[in-house]
Structure formats: structure tokens, C-alpha cells
Design a protein around this ligand. Structure first.
Ligand code: AMP
Ligand code: MG
Length: 391
């Protein structure tokens, strides 16, 4: 098993570490479901007209029909429908039990005020049958699903005015580096703007975690240690960027060890983004991401995101698509899984974009997918197939 596969294995064994809470349906979007959602009714709950038209018996379809009444959605028929009789019916209304067919208004010729004839004797039945979408007692959504737009509709349809979900973890994001200045500042010689905080905070907020604090700190062991300890009190997760490697001022791994954290891994086997720590102590989890912006992006996408989702009890499986290369990819060293920003088009062709490596975050703004070049593979030829992860 290579390093990246080992990490995936470790992630799959992480526990569901967060408590659950009931929230109102309107607050459930983008939360992780923590109960199976069971249908309390059949859907549809009655034979329902799929069209605006006339409900009758199919055997009478060629005959002149007497129209007994009009049934709109929400109403049921008040009369029995006999031979050569029908009711005018609206989409969504209950089809009277005596009827086995609805012909559309467009196929109806009104002969008089209360008689009608079907002009299409090959009509479909146009009935949505009781229970055809789901049956009472059926599991409609599973524990661990992320609640996105369709899930919101399913929850509403199944009467879940309140929903059991994972609690939102609190996170502190700490960008480290004595060279960093905030986006509002103009860097002096040797300085660089902090772009990682915006990137990481947005990733976390997109996952609906609560970012409680955002710090930018110089590489000072004591300052980092003190700020880290404060962050641990206020949050469940701390995400560092920078300082995760082996340079003289890369303090994060040392601080974690000193504070008694268990290090799950300290490198990833991916390129860009090899140095990265994940560690835990007393139910608090810490990610130490690389400082280089593309590295931290790749580490977050491929590793931090699945780990966080696992810890909040979500079944997360990122989509990977096998697509066709529109260019030949070549590299000298094939000792890691390479992650390359690319563009995938509607026909499934993967195109190259200018990309200069781990600091070139601007390249990602042009990309809509990440190409995976597996460990041990140094060339992927044009027209060969490779996996991409849509962004
Ligand atoms: P480090 O991981 O601390 O060794 O940093 C690697 C590279 O990423 C250096 O060139 C840093 O200047 C750069 N870098 C570190 N942190 C950030 C940040 N927050 N935003 C943009 N670039 C950064
Ligand atoms: Mg640094």
C-alpha cells in the first residue's frame, strides 16, 4: 500500500467523533443526516392525475361522455362515475376509483356544455399510481448522507419538520509564516500576501463548519504554542497552513508532539503537497497543511475534506471520472501521486492549462478538475484515459 492509500485507509477507520442535534428543516441544508428517513405515507398517497383532462373508463374511450363534475387538486369526486360518464380533472387531483384512464384536455373535443369526446383513442392512462414513487415504511434517505437540495425536498415530503444531524464542528484557521501580510497590505521585499486563509476558510465554510477564529502568525515557537493552546479551547479542529515541513522555522510538527498529539501521518505521498500532518489529542483534531497554496489546496481536497467528513459521520465519496487525455503528460520522477489542475470539457476530454507547480494558485482559477497521475506512472499519452476529479 502506498502512502496515499494508507492515509485513505486511516481515514476510513476514523470514528464518527461528533455529537448529534435536532435542527429545524429550514436549517438542515448542507448538514450531515444522522438518522434514516422513513416514509410515513405511500407516495403518491392516492391514484393521482398526471394531466389536466378527463377521467373515465378506458373501455368508454371512443364514446361520447357525459361530464359529471370538475375535480381540482385537493378535492375528491362526490359522485360515482358510470358507463359513458367522466369527470373533468386537474393535475394532482385524486382519480375516482371507478376510472382507469385520464385523457388530456388537448385530446378532448367538447361537444356541448356537459359532453366531451376523446380524439386520441390510443391515449396513455396518465395516472400516477398510489405508492409508485415510494411505499410507506421505505427508507428514503440514509444516515450519513449530506443534505443537499433534493434531500431538503425529500425531508419535507416525508414530514421531517425537524431533522437529526451532526453538530457543526468549530474550527480555528492559523496561517503561519513571518513573510505573510494580509490581503489589504502591499508586501515589502521578502513578504507575500496570505492567500491560504481565504482558501481554507472558504473550503471549511463550504462544508458548513463554523470557523470561530482566523489568525496569521509569525514563525515564533512560543507565540505559535500559546495561540494553538487558545485555539484548542475554542475549537474542535485547528487547521494550520505553513510550517509543516522540515525547515528551521517549521514548528508545527514539533509543537504537536510536545503537546502530546498523536500524529496519524506527516507526509501524504501526493505532489504537490507532501509534508502534511494530521493529529489528534483528547478529541481535538489538527491539520498541518503546506504553506504553498496549491499544495494546501490539494491536501485539503484529497485528504482533509474526506477526513473531516468521516469525523462528522458523513458518507463522502468524491466523484472521479475516467476521461480522455487531450495532451501528453510527462514527468521525470514518478514517486508520488501527482495532482494537476486541468480543464475537462463536455465531451470528456482533458486539456492542459499553464501550471508551474505548488505556488501557482492562479492556475486553479482556470481549472475545473484535478488530473490524477498515479504513483509509478511518468507518461500519459494523448487519447489514453485517466481519472479526473471535478472541482
Ligand atoms: P512553508 O510551508 O511554510 O514552508 O511555506 C512554503 C511556501 O508557501 C513559502 O514560499 C511561503 O511563503 C508560502 N506560503 C506560506 N504560507 C502562505 C500563505 N498563507 N499564503 C500564501 N503563501 C504562503
Ligand atoms: Mg513557512
Amino acid at each position: 500500500m502506498n502512502q496515499f492509500e494508507e492515509i485513505q485507509q486511516l481515514i476510513s477507520n476514523l470514528p464518527s467523533a461528533f455529537l448529534t442535534e435536532k435542527v429545524l428543516l429550514e436549517d438542515a441544508f448542507n448538514r450531515v443526516l444522522q438518522e434514516d428517513v422513513i416514509a410515513d405515507l405511500n407516495m403518491p398517497p392516492f391514484n393521482k392525475s398526471a394531466m389536466d383532462g378527463y377521467a373515465c373508463q378506458l373501455e368508454d374511450i371512443a364514446n361520447e361522455l357525459e361530464v359529471l363534475e370538475v375535480i381540482n387538486a385537493g378535492k375528491i369526486a362526490s359522485v360515482k362515475i358510470g358507463k359513458n360518464q367522466c369527470v373533468k380533472i386537474m393535475t394532482g387531483a385524486a382519480v375516482p376509483t371507478e376510472c382507469d384512464c385520464v385523457f388530456m384536455v388537448e385530446d378532448a373535443e367538447e361537444l356541448s356544455e356537459n359532453t366531451v369526446r376523446c380524439t386520441n383513442t390510443n391515449t396513455k392512462k396518465n395516472i400516477c399510481y398510489l405508492g409508485e414513487d415510494y411505499k410507506k415504511g421505505e427508507v428514503l434517505l440514509h444516515k450519513g448522507e449530506l443534505i443537499t437540495v433534493p434531500q431538503m425536498a425529500v425531508l419535507a415530503g416525508a414530514g421531517y419538520a425537524e431533522v437529526l444531524v451532526s453538530k457543526r464542528p468549530k474550527v480555528t484557521v492559523i496561517a503561519t509564516g513571518s513573510e505573510l501580510v494580509s490581503p489589504a497590505e502591499t508586501p515589502k521585499p521578502g513578504q507575500i500576501r496570505n492567500s491560504n486563509s481565504s482558501q481554507v476558510v472558504t473550503q471549511l465554510e463550504k462544508m458548513n463548519l463554523e470557523v470561530v477564529d482566523e489568525l496569521m502568525l509569525v514563525d515564533d515557537y512560543e507565540l505559535l504554542t500559546n495561540s494553538f493552546n487558545k485555539a484548542l479551547q475554542a475549537s474542535d479542529f485547528v487547521v494550520f497552513t505553513g510550517g509543516a515541513s522540515v525547515g528551521d522555522f517549521d514548528f508545527i510538527p514539533g509543537i504537536l508532539k510536545e503537546q502530546g498529539f498523536k500524529i496519524y501521518w506527516d507526509h501524504t505521498g501526493i505532489k504537490p503537497g507532501n509534508p502534511m500532518t494530521f493529529s489528534e489529542n483528547k478529541g481535538k483534531f489538527v491539520f498541518g497543511l503546506s504553506g504553498n497554496p496549491v499544495s494546501s489546496f490539494a491536501q485539503f481536497e484529497l485528504i482533509a475534506k474526506p477526513a473531516i467528513y468521516k469525523l462528522i459521520g458523513a458518507n463522502y465519496k468524491p466523484l472521479r471520472i475516467k476521461a480522455r487525455m487531450n495532451f501528453t503528460f510527462q514527468r521525470k520522477k514518478a514517486n508520488r501521486l501527482a495532482i494537476i489542475p486541468v480543464v475537462i470539457d463536455n465531451e470528456g476530454a482533458i486539456s492542459e492549462i499553464p501550471f508551474h507547480g505548488s505556488a501557482h494558485i492562479n492556475a486553479l482559477a482556470f481549472a475545473n478538475a484535478l488530473l490524477e497521475v498515479p504513483l509509478g506512472i511518468s507518461t500519459i499519452q494523448t487519447n489514453e484515459f485517466a481519472y479526473v476529479r471535478p472541482l
